[in-house]
Design a protein around this ligand. Sequence first.
Ligand SMILES: [Zn+2]
Ligand SMILES: [Zn+2]
Length: 157
Amino acid sequence: MAFDYPYLPPDRAILYVGEDNAFMQAAKEEARLHSLDTSMPTGAVLIQNGVIVARAANGSEFHKTHKCERVRLGIPTGQGYELCEGCHPKNHAERRVVERAQRPEGGDVYLWGHWWACTACWDVMIDSGVRNLYLLEGSERLFNKNHPENVVGKQFG
Ligand SMILES: [Zn+2]
Ligand SMILES: [Zn+2]
């Protein structure tokens, strides 16, 4: 791996699929249709035995009516999500999709729109028995605001 994730549990790895993967396409569609986050829309699907059993997108209405508390406090990207109602991990797609699935254990999560998962989301995925987290190939460039080749702001083309 030529880059470091801001967080990754020591015994876990992130797996990758291409744009043509049907589950990744479904995760992207979920983000496009339902995300309330205008700058970093994400979507996730949870797969059991080859079937999508839950879908979720990120965001909340909070930032429409309130300034982001993390921006106000000058908190770096990827940190302090729990300090802002709008950024809170409960609004993250990969956590929501696990909470929406009736039986998440043994399932795989496909997340579109982000390049790593935060501590709180990994905790939920691990506690509920999720097997693997899949991201889109190149996510560390495409969805990383600090990478010169990112597509943030034009994710949907
Ligand atoms: Zn915020
Ligand atoms: Zn998260």
